[in-house]
Design a protein around this ligand. Sequence first.
Ligand code: PNS
Length: 172
Amino acid sequence: MDSANVVPEGRDRVRRVVCPGSFDPVTNGHLDIINRAALLHDEVLVVVGANQSKHGLFTVEERVEMLREVTSGLKNVEVGTFRGLLVEFCRVNGVSAIVKGLRAVSDFEYEMEMAQMNYRLAEVETLFIAANPVYSFLRSSLVKEICRYGGDVTSLVPELVYERLQERLGSG
Ligand code: PNS
């Protein structure tokens, strides 16, 4: 094998990946990406960014707990948190690639910037999974808004998340 193909020490080929996000809360769109990443890779670390934890509807711990419950059937998925730079989390945990879902062109510019910056900072790759079109409009902030004003989000989030949203935002 050509020496240019040798993987640097402490890194692997895309065996272990990270799926980062705010997950406030996890939606069916997130779950679709996590499921598909788990089919492609040996280990998937789903991590909640804890840098701005005060602004969320759910605490970081609550988000982690929901993620753990809804991914409990996926044996190669682990859920945790990270603080600071994502590339630093990747370095410490021997992760060579970030997996992100791309919903629409509107995601592209922001995601591309982050992907290029993360590569520039630490040569961490970003792999994009094209979102299932049935979830292309779906984001946590919209789910919260719809729920806040009494709309039906049952088909957009796992049942457990729906219950937590009702407890926190529902009128009843
Ligand atoms: O679900 P989100 O809000 O799109 O997730 C964004 C997240 C947490 C993945 C992103 O903000 C992030 O990676 N934050 C960690 C800080 C960092 O590394 N910033 C530099 C990005 S180039």
